[in-house]
Design a protein around this ligand. Sequence first.
Ligand SMILES: *[C@@H]1O[C@H](CO)[C@@H](O)[C@H](O)[C@H]1NC(C)=O
Ligand SMILES: *[C@@H]1O[C@H](CO)[C@@H](O)[C@H](O)[C@H]1NC(C)=O
Ligand SMILES: *[C@@H]1O[C@H](CO)[C@@H](O)[C@H](O)[C@H]1NC(C)=O
Length: 471
Amino acid sequence: MKSPLITACLLALAIVQIGAQDDYCFGKDNSRPQTRHFTSKTAYQIAKSSNIEKQYLVPGCTAQKMWIFHRHGTRLPSKSTIQKAPRLEQLRDLIAGNYGKRSDLPANTSTLCMEDLIALKMWKWNTSITDDMENYLTSQGYEDLRGTAKTYQKYFPEVLIKEYDHEHFMFRHTDTQRTTESFKAFTEGLFGANSGAVAEDIPEKDLLLRPYDYCTSWSSQNYKNAGSESDKFRNMALWNKTLADVSARLGFKYTLDASDIELMYDMCRYEQAWQVDRTSVWCAAFLPEQVTVFEYEDDLRYFYKSGYGNAANSRLNCRAAQDMLKHLSSKTAPNVVSYFGHSTGVQTLINALGINKDEVPLLASNYDQQGNRKWATSKIDPFAANFVAVKYECEADTENKEKAIFFLNQDAVDLSWCKVGLCNWNEVLDRYSHLLNADCESYYCGDGANAIGISLGALLMTAVVYLINLM
Ligand SMILES: *[C@@H]1O[C@H](CO)[C@@H](O)[C@H](O)[C@H]1NC(C)=O
Ligand SMILES: *[C@@H]1O[C@H](CO)[C@@H](O)[C@H](O)[C@H]1NC(C)=O
Ligand SMILES: *[C@@H]1O[C@H](CO)[C@@H](O)[C@H](O)[C@H]1NC(C)=O
């Protein structure tokens, strides 16, 4: 029989142990700020702004036209991630094993709280998600787009009218399940089910919505392999320490492969976006300060892949930017142009328009300075990211009747040359004249030097041919 003293001592020990574990508990954290920092896998509901409520109404102005570039909503993982799901079940069991005897856990690291551990032990992969469904839009993804349609319609009912009209609206999406479904969800949000809304035909070579598929100089750039800033970051002490800390907290006596940690992190982000009001057990594996490190690595990669890290990126979306400027300048239908595309499309459009540009480029070495960077893909490019340009007619301003506001995820873009987001259209055309006048065919994937010259040359040729025909 144990003496009461020993029992009391054991009890005290147990309490001390519980005390030591009690530093962070994802399942009990009601604010979960790190879920706002999941880069391109951030849930739209978390990333969207509510500022539009105060910004959409401009005194003396009425909205006339809209141009929308919408990323698809929350999707399933790629085939390779779906195929790795059994590895997650192994990791789950290994972690459960590590926690079998708490006294075996390292004393100098924080540990999972009981609630997170229990949830993790119960985790199962949803086996009805098979790899032939890779990248499919999820039901939440459908809701994302139905929701943005209703939101924008609430603010701009005179433009986003409730009755589908083939002249008034022009829709187009890429050749994928997730953008096709996103288009359907968006039109269902606007017009209700079975509206008969149709999308434009998708050309064989979709240079408008997927220019990056046809530019080899762009796709061969090194944004993640040896020598890239992302690679440098992944070789720094901070990165190594983060992987070691995550592993230790999960009870491993060695550092897990980066691929295992990335897999857990991906599943955390996907599950969190699929069911926003639940918690993904895999998110419990990461402390907020570790998420901040992963977020930076992702932002670094995107910065060089489709952001300001490479000058060529700003020209890639020439056609979409030009399309926006031309559509909003024209006084004729369609009044609403809406495209459904992908992450790279959103990011290169933002880049072409000079939005969210930092003065100091993102580097592996300046992580500490970049805490307030503008290039934060969690804010720019979550699931269902949307760029919405609204053209206004302002009778009150006789000099500048035409104005525009650019909304990014329901927040007015604050360009330095606009007034709290409200831009004079003349100035828009002026600032973006290099895009408006470019011959995108040569500009979008070239070095950008001769684009306007070539365009003039082509014009001359046309004139010559015309004259010859007259003779
Ligand atoms: C905890 O202690 C082990 C063994 O002494 C050491 O290798 C490890 O780096 C320590 N971890 C932290 C986070 O201090
Ligand atoms: C499992 O995945 C399928 C296919 O995406 C989905 O319809 C179903 O709701 C999911 N089940 C659970 C329990 O999440
Ligand atoms: C981080 O880990 C990698 C791979 O193990 C190694 O090559 C690199 O030298 C480490 N970096 C530092 C600063 O310790």
